[in-house]
Design a protein around this ligand. Structure first.
Ligand code: PLP
Length: 420
């Protein structure tokens, strides 16, 4: 598409946008341009009623709500299974909503990081989200390994900002024989780089490594085909692009080939117990088939209700339509930013749509923090990541082309004021 620089053009794109009506399903903070769905997605208007329904059923029914709530609490996690499977390209038995993201990473590493003397390394990308790094290093130490010698961090080439896809594959080939687990972001939180999950999975498995993706910045952002790609496990949170609210219940994928591998080490809890006999309350643990066998606790119903309400919107819109709009929105933002790149604004995110999601990560020629503060004062809601990065994420469910236009206009003015 050939973009144009005038505001009328943004209005025309909005009029032609088949997903434009979805914006009205969300509470958009008054007076602001909200470009922070990569950090905390906006609240769907349907969320309040969904949570209220569970509060009412608890009032009316007390403990009987487990069976008689309009959405019974006992099987509640299963009400989001279909949506999660569609969202991630998984089979229903491969996905579950449970816990928080970092909790799930740990649970999965208990099962899928099984180091041996010959094969104990973990491969991660540079600039991984700190929580992932902490989780991985603590798992390594828990097995008696020193992260300095067992953690392989993939660095971009000298003078480059993002990893080359081929370099990732070469590194996996090089370290593969000693590597127990390859754990990468689907989309890197800092640069917005989308990794080639299919090729990474193929290469890692070719070398006998387990392979996993943190999809915090990928779920609800880019189409996924987890079952076909074939990673061992994936984890994601639901409060970013998935709009399930602060601290929302996270998601987890375990590939079907492990569905009835009950000999894997795992940390167990009663909600992972075979549901047919769970309430016999026996002393022996018998895991359910599939990823549900990794559940620990009965799920947080209010949080699940918010997740369910949000996922219904994804089901209506469809990830393919969302992705089509997303590529346009982000492409439009990149186009509008071009004149600023000649004044020293740098886009860290890859330019190829196939190598990024909706987010663009920007650095300023100088005074980055001051420019960011000006944007926030102008109600341009984006975020700052140390040391010098402004992240902006136009989300196709609720952002408009006019939002993108307004943001770039505000950034242009902020740069001028900062003397950039
Ligand atoms: C947001 C994010 C997290 C946050 O972890 P929580 O356990 O949900 O607090 C972890 N990893 C990545 C890659 C993230 O983007």
């Amino acid at each position: 598409m050939n973009f144009q620089h005038d505001a009328d053009f943004a209005a025309r794109l909005d009029r032609a946008d088949p997903l434009a009506r979805y914006r009205d399903l969300f509470h958009v903070p008054a007076g602001s341009v909200y470009l922070c769905g990569n950090s905390l997605g906006l609240q769907p208007k349907s969320t309040a009623a969904a949570v209220q329904q569970e509060l009412e059923d608890w009032q009316r029914l007390g403990v009987e709500g487990h069976e008689h709530a309009r959405n019974p609490w006992m099987p509640y996690h299963s009400f989001v299974t279909g949506s999660l499977a569609r969202l991630t390209g998984a089979l229903p038995e491969e996905v579950v909503a449970m816990n928080g993201l970092t909790v799930n990473l740990h649970l999965m590493m208990v099962s899928f990081y099984q180091p041996t003397a010959e094969r104990h390394k973990i491969i991660m990308e540079a600039n991984a989200f700190p929580s992932d790094r902490y989780a991985v290093e603590s798992q390594l130490r828990n097995h008696g390994y020193d992260p300095a010698t067992t953690l392989v961090i993939l660095q971009p080439r000298e003078g480059e900002i993002v990893l080359r896809d081929d370099d990732v594959l070469d590194a996996i080939a090089r370290h593969g024989a000693e590597t127990a687990l390859v754990l990468m972001g689907g989309v890197n939180y800092y640069t917005g780089q989308l990794f080639d999950m299919e090729s990474i999975t193929r290469e890692a498995r070719k070398h006998g490594c387990r392979v996993a993706f943190d999809l915090a910045h990928a779920a609800g952002n880019v189409p996924l085909r987890l079952h076909d790609w074939g990673p061992d496990f994936c984890c994601w949170c639901s409060y970013k692009y998935l709009n399930a609210g602060p601290g929302g219940v996270a998601g987890c994928f375990v590939h079907e080939r492990h569905a009835s591998n009950f000999s894997l080490p795992r940390f167990a809890g009663w909600w992972g117990h075979d549901q047919a006999t769970r309430f016999q309350m026996g002393p022996e643990f018998h895991a359910m088939r599939g990823v549900e066998g990794w559940q620990l606790s009965n799920p947080p119903i209010f949080s699940m209700a918010a997740l369910k309400a949000s996922l219904e919107i994804f089901d209506q819109a469809g990830m393919n339509a969302l992705r089509a709009k997303s590529e346009q929105l982000t492409g439009y933002m990149e186009f509008l930013l071009q004149p600023l790149t000649r004044r020293g604004v740098r886009i860290l995110t890859p330019a190829e749509p196939s190598r990024r999601g909706c987010q663009l990560s920007l650095t300023m020629p100088a005074h980055g923090r001051r420019i960011f503060d000006t944007l926030i004062a102008d109600k341009m809601i984006c975020d700052w990541r140390e040391p010098d990065c402004i992240r902006v994420a136009p989300a196709p469910l609720y952002n408009s082309f006019a939002d993108v236009f307004d943001f770039v206009a505000a950034l242009t003015a902020a740069l001028a004021r900062a003397g950039g």
